[in-house]
Ligand binder design. Structure first.
Ligand code: FAD
Ligand code: SIN
Length: 523
C-alpha cells in the first residue's frame, strides 16, 4: 500500500515519542506517522533503570555536569554540544514532570537525587529502578491523545528511499499482513536506538539491532565512532535471565563489587573504586574474570543496606532476582559486563540534521558529539529528549516546500518464502558470539582482523538470503546487525590507540591528538 505523510517518525522510545509531542504542538496542521517495530512501549527506554541526569539543586551546577561528561568522554566530546544539552536539562525534565512523570521525592518533599559512576555529585532523577518504564508509559499516554498522529505498531522499516542524497520516505514491512508499504514523507526521522543485539551479552531488548544506523549508512549518511560500544559493568548472570540490568545506582548507594571469594578489587583499578567511569569498571571485571577463570563477580548490596531500603529503592530488581531464587536483601548478585550503549552512530547535529536532505537522526542512533568515547551514566535519556526538542524546532521552521513525492513500489522479484529459519538463527548466533569474543571489552589487531574476515563471509550469505527469500523481520534485523557489526570492526581497526570504551592491547596508549572515526558507503 502507498502512504503519504508530512513527517515519518521511525521508533517509539524517548526520542521518537518526545519528537511526536513537540512536533504536534508546533505544527498541528501537519500529518505525523509514527511506526514502531513491536508494541509502542518496547524500546531501550522502557528498560532504563537508573534515571536522568540533570543539574537540579544548589550543590550542583552546569559546569560540574559538563566536566563530568567531558571526563567520561575521554577527549572526544564536542564541548559546545555538551553545554547545550546539559544547560537545557532542567527545562526538559520539567516538561516530563508536567506530562505526569512522578520522580522520587524524599521525606521533605524534595526530589531525591541518585548518584552513579563518574558523577561528582547526586544529580539523577529517577522513579525507583524503573525510570524508563514510567517515562515511556507517560509519553505514550500523551502521544495517544494527539489528533494529528497515525500510530502503527509492528511495522518494521526495511530501507529508506533516497535519490540524489534526498530522502523521500521508507519501505516498511507490516508484520501481520506481511505486506511491504511504501511511505512517502517530506521528512523522515530515525529514532531507532542503538545496536546492542550485535553482542551475545547485552542489556538491550531483542529489537535493538542497529536498523537505523544500517539504513542511514546504506542511504549514504556518514557514520561515526562506532568502535565506542559501552559495556555496562553489571548485568545479571543467570542462564535464564535474558538481558537484565542491575542498575549502577546500586553502587551509587554503596553496593560493592567482589570476586567469587568475597574479595573487593576495584581499589586496584581506580581511585573512585566502584564508582569509576563505566569503561574502567567493565575492564576491571573483565580482567578479574580472565585472571580467576570465574564466570562472574558479585555485586553486594545486602551487606551494606537493610532489607527495607533495598526493597524500596530497587523493587524491580528485587522481584526479578527472586524469580531466579536470588534474594538480594540477603545475598550478593552474580553479575557480568554486557554491551549496553552505542556511543557512536549516524553523524547528526543536535537537531538531527544529517548529510542526507530530509533525513534526521535523533536519540541513541545519532552521534552528536555529546558522549565522545564513553557516555556518562544517565546522560542518554536526556540526549533523547533534547535532540527531539531541537529537531522539532528545526523541522517546524524548515518545513520543506515540496509536494510529497511518490517513489517506486518494492520489487519482490522471484523471492520465495524462507523454509529454513535455522539459517537465519545460526547466522545471528555466530555473529553475536564472534562480536563478543573478538570485538568485546578488550580487543587486539589480530582478533579484529579475523572478525572482519568472517563478517565478509556472513555478509555474502546474508545478501544472498535477502535477495532470494521473502523479507521477514528476522532477516531485516540480521542484515542490519551484520552491517553494523562490520562497520564497528572497521572503525575499531582504524583507531590505533586505546580511548574511552575502546581498548586495544596492541595500542594500549592514548594518542595525543583526539580524533573521531568516520565511515561512509563508497559509491
Ligand atoms: P529506544 O528507546 O531504543 O527506541 C528505539 C525504537 O525504535 C523502538 O521503539 C524500536 O521498536 C524502534 N525501531 C528500531 N528499529 C526499527 C525499525 N526497523 N522499524 C521500526 N521501528 C524500529 N539511559 C539513561 O540515560 N538512564 C538510564 O537509567 C538508562 N538505563 C538503561 C537501562 C537499560 C537496560 C538499557 C538497555 C538502556 C539504558 N539507558 C539508560 C540507555 C537509554 O535507555 C537509551 O539510550 C535510550 O532509551 C534510547 O532511546 P531512543 O529513543 O534513542 O531509542
Ligand atoms: C543504570 O541504571 O545503571 C543505567 C544507567 C545508564 O545506562 O545511563
Amino acid at each position: 500500500m502507498k502512504f503519504k505523510t508530512d513527517f515519518l517518525i521511525i521508533g517509539s522510545g524517548i526520542s521518537g515519542l518526545s519528537l511526536a509531542l513537540y512536533l504536534s504542538k508546533l505544527v498541528p496542521d501537519e500529518k505525523l506517522l509514527l511506526i514502531t517495530k513491536e508494541t509502542l512501549h518496547e524500546s531501550s527506554t522502557y528498560h532504563a533503570q537508573g534515571g536522568i541526569a540533570c543539574v537540579w539543586n544548589n550543590n550542583d551546577n552546569f559546569e560540574k555536569h559538563v566536566q563530568d561528561t567531558l571526563i567520561a568522554g575521554d577527549g572526544l566530546c564536542n564541548e559546545k554540544i555538551v553545554r547545550r544539552i546539559i544547560n537545557q536539562a532542567p527545562e526538559r525534565i520539567n516538561e516530563l514532570i508536567e506530562l505526569g512523570v512522578n520522580f522520587n521525592r524524599n521525606a521533605n518533599g524534595e526530589y531525591d537525587l541518585g548518584k552513579e559512576g563518574g558523577h561528582s555529585v547526586r544529580r539523577i532523577l529517577r522513579v525507583n529502578d524503573q525510570t524508563g518504564q514510567s517515562v515511556e508509559k507517560t509519553l505514550i499516554e500523551n502521544v495517544k491523545k494527539l489528533n494529528n498522529i497515525d500510530i502503527r505498531e509492528q511495522w518494521c522499516a526495511i530501507n529508506l528511499y533516497v535519490k540524489d542524497l534526498k530522502c523521500h520516505g521508507a519501505y516498511v514491512l507490516e508484520q501481520k499482513s506481511e505486506e511491504i508499504h511504501n511511505i512517502a514523507s517530506k521528512s523522515t526521522i530515525l529514532a531507532t536506538g542503538g545496536a546492542g543485539k550485535i553482542y551475545l551479552y547485552t542489556t538491550n531488548p531483542d529489537i535493538i539491532s542497529g536498523d537505523g544506523i544500517a539504513m542511514a549508512y546504506r542511504a549514504g549518511a556518514m557514520i561515526s565512532n562506532l568502535e565506542f560500544y559501552q559495556f555496562h559493568p553489571t548485568c545479571l548472570y543467570h542462564p535464564y535471565a535474558k538481558s537484565f540490568l542491575i542498575t549502577e545506582a546500586m553502587r551509587g548507594e554503596g553496593a560493592i563489587l567482589k570476586d567469587m571469594r568475597g574479595k573487593e578489587f576495584m581499589e586496584k583499578y581506580h581511585p573512585q573504586k566502584d564508582l569509576a567511569p563505566r569503561d574502567i569498571v567493565s575492564r576491571a571485571i573483565d580482567a578479574e574474570l580472565k585472571k580467576s577463570g570465574d564466570d562472574y563477580v558479585y555485586l553486594d548490596i545486602a551487606s551494606y543496606k537493610d532489607s527495607n531500603f533495598i526493597k524500596n529503592h530497587y523493587p524491580g530488581i528485587y522481584e526479578k532476582c527472586l524469580e531466579f531464587n536470588i534474594d538480594i536483601t540477603k545475598e550478593p548478585i552474580p553479575v557480568v559486563p554486557a554491551a549496553h550503549y552505542c556511543c557512536g552512530g549516524v553523524m547528526a547535529g543536535i537537531n538531527g540534521v544529517t548529510e542526507i536532505k530530509n533525513l534526521y537522526v535523533i536519540g541513541e542512533a545519532a552521534c552528536t558529539g555529546f558522549h565522545g568515547a564513553n557516555r556518562l551514566a544517565s546522560n542518554s535519556l536526556l540526549e533523547g529528549m533534547v535532540t527531539a526538542h531541537e529537531c522539532a524546532n528545526y523541522l517546524s521552521n524548515n518545513i520543506p516546500n515540496l509536494k510529497v513525492k511518490e517513489f517506486p513500489e518494492w520489487e519482490t522479484g522471484n523471492a520465495v518464502p524462507s523454509t529454513e529459519a535455522v539459517i537465519i538463527t545460526q547466522n545471528w548466533d555466530e555473529i553475536r558470539t564472534l562480536m563478543q569474543n573478538f570485538v568485546g571489552i578488550v580487543r587486539s589487531d589480530a582478533r579484529l582482523k579475523r572478525a572482519l574476515k568472517r563478517m565478509n563471509i556472513f555478509a555474502e550469505e546474508i545478501d544472498y538470503y535477502y535477495w532470494n527469500y521473502k523479507i521477514e523481520k528476522n532477516l531485516i534485523e540480521l542484515r542490519n546487525l551484520s552491517m553494523v557489526a562490520e562497520l564497528l570492526i572497521r572503525c575499531a581497526l582504524s583507531r590505533k590507540e586505546s580511548r574511552g570504551t575502546h581498548y586495544n592491547e596492541d595500542h594500549p596508549n592514548r594518542l595525543k591528538l583526539a580524533r573521531n572515526s568516520y565511515i561512509k558507503r563508497p559509491w
